[in-house]
Write a protein that binds this ligand. Structure first.
Ligand code: SAH
Length: 203
């Protein structure tokens, strides 16, 4: 497992200033990032790895990967406000020189090659299908994708993976806390069932 201190550092980073509902901007708690990083570490070895974080938001996953030993992380997000916070966060923990920030829609991203994509993309609740291009683009750039999705979408993803000549394994389940920062949420913290999936590209 990746060191607990990584999660603690991530939980002290700045979050979204004014989260945008349309873009499903929720932050991943440090402990859950640590789980994603630990799975990625077991899959490909994070030490010295080149990591892609799609829908990076305020950068917790990509920055966490660098703190856990990755040589570089590329953070992609369509929202410039979120990336500004991500940049500040990377600077604050002294890893800005190993972090690349790319502002674009995930569908337009063309990068180099990466060892692994680690991400928490939008769940596709606000805009149906918003999560779909993330896995496809993640797999186009790396042989392994570790990502968090809404519970209940496992069969859908297994089907897609098969179409793309990849495999999809459910490696964990989590309750994803969604704070009541949006007006339509009545309770203070609502939990959404989530699954951790690993996609492996066929060779
Ligand atoms: N990965 C971050 C944020 C998750 S929220 C974390 O774990 O804390 C999902 C992120 O995806 C948001 O930052 C949102 O701006 C971004 N996003 C939504 N649609 C996008 C798109 N089409 N292209 C790129 N980024 C997108």
């Amino acid at each position: 497992m990746i060191d607990k201190r990584v999660a603690m550092v991530l939980d002290r980073l700045r979050g979204f200033e004014r989260p945008k509902l349309r873009l499903e901007q929720y932050e991943t708690p440090g402990e859950l990032v640590r789980v994603l990083l630990s799975i990625a570490d077991a899959e490909v070895g994070l030490e010295g790895a080149r990591v892609l974080d799609l829908g990076a938001g305020t950068g917790k996953i990509g920055i966490g990967a660098v703190l856990a030993g990755a040589s570089r992380a590329t953070l992609v997000d369509v929202d410039g406000d979120a990336l500004r916070v991500a940049r500040e966060n990377a600077e604050r923990v002294g890893v800005l020189d190993r972090v690349e920030l790319v502002r674009c829609d995930v569908r337009e991203f063309r990068g180099g090659r990466f060892d692994v994509t680690i991400m928490n993309p939008p769940f596709g609740v606000q805009r149906r299908g918003a999560d779909r291009p993330f896995v496809r683009v993640g797999l186009e750039h790396a042989p392994v994708v570790v990502s968090l999705h809404r519970a209940g979408t496992e069969d859908f993803w297994r089907e897609r993976a098969r179409e793309w000549g990849a495999e999809c394994e459910v490696v964990g389940r989590a309750r994803f806390p969604v704070p009541a920062m949006y007006r339509h949420h009545r309770r203070r913290i609502k939990h959404v069932g989530a699954v951790v999936l690993v996609f492996r590209r066929g060779r």
